[in-house]
Design a protein around this ligand. Sequence first.
Ligand code: SAM
Ligand code: SF4
Ligand code: FES
Length: 344
Amino acid sequence: EIKSIINKAVQENELSKNEIVKLLQIEEEEILEYLYQQADKVRKKYHGDDVHLRGIIEFSSYCKRDCYYCGLRKGNNVLKRYQLKTEDIITQALEGVKLGYKTIVLQSGEDDYDAEKIAYIVKEIKAKADTAITLCVGERSFDDYRLWKEAGADRYLLKHETADKDLYQRLHPGMKYEDRIERLIFLKELGFQTGSGNIIGLPGQSQESLAEDILLFKELKMDMIGIGPFIPHQETPLKDENKGTVEMTLKVLAITRLLLPLSHLPATTALGSIDNYGRQKALQAGANVVMPNITASKYRSRYEIYPAKICIEEKAADCRQCIGGIINSLGRIVAIDRGDSLYI
Ligand code: SAM
Ligand code: SF4
Ligand code: FES
């Protein structure tokens, strides 16, 4: 019966909430393998063996928000914060392009980094290099988003984190679930290739709400979807909670691939941080993207979203080489194009 649900998802790219929950409850090893294999097949059919690399620069660890799960939350006064200067961000981005990255992701805590400065950075990088630019700087005003689109930014990442409204409210003091969804819709309307995503294994998260996460990705037709496990951080209110599991993360990823064959799905750094082979497993269960770190090494340990994050000691060139090896070892290839949305 379970296999027939998987087969239906492969053929129709549609499932009900109940059917998704049934797949999330799979325990039998053989059926789990079947799910991952089918997701791998769908990935291959729509995306081939190409893996798209997105080089990520974590340009500021200052944050005015207090998300319960995150090590960058403002309540963490142990963390030594940093903010990169405009020119340093541009230099690091151009180094990333030299290493072969066709997408540069600029990510930060919610720092209120000057909108005009971000627009300038986008314009400068675009003028000097042939690369897509993805912004991931949280909830900002609609005017800021418009300014950055006009400056040439191509994509925007803003995970909805959890579709369970009550849980969202509890984990994000002072923030509103509706604001987030509204922004995702606005970003898409502006013409950004837009990404959402969720965290797997948040305390109090139900299987039903994970199913709703997946249905929301579909409803919003997200171009990119980041699915990573929750990893508890010592300096947060959730420090004593259990982390998300590799298995549940891979299940959500695989089901998402079956229902959204065209979307770009990264093998997340968080999954690679709780399992040495986490990214490899994700690449074989539906993922077609990896986001290696290209931030200058001296800052990496200070962007501690969660503990034991991989790639802290390495330099940009090390990660580029490492990830190329991983991709080739799986019989896959590093894509040479930008890996734009397949919906447009
Ligand atoms: N501040 C921006 C925002 O929140 O959208 C971008 C940076 S934020 C660090 C990027 C992502 O990190 C969040 O969307 C969240 O899913 C993830 N994250 C934060 N803390 C985490 C944790 N403890 N475990 C797993 N993922 C986490
Ligand atoms: Fe700040 Fe983003 Fe972390 Fe929330 S998830 S505390 S907004 S960096
Ligand atoms: Fe950074 Fe492997 S990708 S060390």
